[in-house]
Design a protein around this ligand. Structure first.
Ligand SMILES: [Zn+2]
Ligand SMILES: [Zn+2]
Length: 112
């Protein structure tokens, strides 16, 4: 399992930066993370059945401050949990999942 060496939560720029054990750096946008929420409730959206698949902007407006975070808490040393300002807190993002989500060019190329 990948392990983070350093985690920076940048509330102002709505970004999460993780420096991994292997020195790889991942920078995530809060909105992208919110959409990738791994909980069962958000699953239809990830699969494109939910409305985000069709019109992200529409849903962005509908839930208001989507992607805004009021708090980020560690979960048992293997994950972090976001407290989104839309009230949603179910998603627990473990290191494996976060590494998988890394939006950098290298990781995107690898996952294809
Ligand atoms: Zn969720
Ligand atoms: Zn990457």
């Amino acid at each position: 399992m990948p392990k983070p060496q350093k985690i920076i939560v940048d509330l102002e720029n709505r970004a999460l930066q993780i420096t991994w054990h292997d020195q790889h750096v991942s920078i995530y946008d809060f909105t992208a993370l919110r959409r990738a929420c791994p909980c069962a409730e958000c699953q239809p959206w990830k699969e494109g059945i939910g409305e985000w698949g069709k019109s992200p902007e529409k849903v962005l407006r509908a839930v208001g401050e989507l992607g805004a975070v009021s708090d980020v808490t560690p979960v048992g040393g293997y994950a972090i949990q976001f407290h989104w300002q839309d009230g949603h807190t179910f998603g627990i993002y473990d290191w494996d999942y976060l590494r998988e989500l890394c939006p950098c060019a290298d990781c995107t190329a690898q996952s294809q």
